[in-house]
Design a protein around this ligand. Structure first.
Ligand SMILES: O=C(O)C(=O)C[C@H](O)[C@H](O)COP(=O)(O)O
Length: 221
């Protein structure tokens, strides 16, 4: 190695997430309490046109649900949400998740992501957090929690100073709010749980979920 110009490893980038984040304007955020609902819920979302699915690690059955969906639901691109630790990122690798999403970012999680197979969509909520992530190659970032943090007006104002970053706003997003985000040039897609609400899942109203999914899939970008 030439000590005068040491080789600096190019930062890992999450640019490879683009095709997944562009599958539809919305990534559904799924909270699965009952394993029996996992496959029909995922099928209902995919039938409506939402194929990149984020299954949050907020319930005990989440990982098993993700495994089942990946094995049984044709067309689903299974991602894992609420990834907070290096160990959880390893679990994503173990089940072959297509992407992982975190609400924020820590140095430890980002170090783990450097050697993980699963591409990470890390969360940011301020310009400095966004810049720190960009330095590490994260051109796609989750803007979280989107609505309480200032919504479309806030994130749109980062477009000029941080043109290299494209965001997936998540947290408090509704179909109406999604439209405002999707008009902005620094938005790749939005995330939200509104098309998979608890009451429809509990009622087994898969047709209702497919209808909400189809409405979300039809939102313009
Ligand atoms: O679990 C995580 O890792 C999260 O990041 C939180 C989710 O993205 C939001 O809870 C979804 O927001 P809602 O659409 O308002 O329900």
């Amino acid at each position: 190695m030439n000590v005068l110009s040491p080789a600096v490893a190019a930062p890992k980038t999450n640019a490879g997430l683009e095709p997944i984040l562009k599958l539809a304007p919305v990534v559904p955020v799924m909270i699965i309490e009952d394993l029996k609902t996992a496959v029909p819920l995922a099928r209902a979302l995919v039938a409506g046109g939402l194929k990149a699915l984020e299954i949050t690690l907020r319930t005990p059955v989440a990982l098993e649900a993700a495994r089942l969906i990946a094995a049984e639901v044709e067309g689903a691109e299974v991602g894992i949400g609420t990834v907070l630790t290096a160990a959880q990122l390893e679990q994503c690798d173990a089940i072959g998740a297509k992407f992982a999403v975190s609400p924020g970012a820590t140095a430890r999680l980002l170090d783990a992501a450097d050697s993980a197979a699963t591409p990470l969509l890390p969360g940011s909520g301020t310009p400095s957090e966004s810049m720190t992530l960009l330095e590490r190659g994260y051109v796609f970032q989750k803007f979280f929690p989107a609505e309480p943090s200032g919504g479309a007006a806030y994130i749109g104002s980062l477009s000029s100073p941080l043109p290299a970053v494209r965001f997936c706003p998540t947290g408090g997003v509704t179909p109406e709010k999604a439209k405002a985000y999707l008009k902005l040039k620094n938005i790749i897609c939005v995330g939200g749980s509104w098309m998979a609400p608890k009451h429809l899942i509990a009622a087994g109203d898969w047709a209702g979920i497919t209808a909400l999914s189809a409405e979300a899939a039809a939102l313009g970008r």
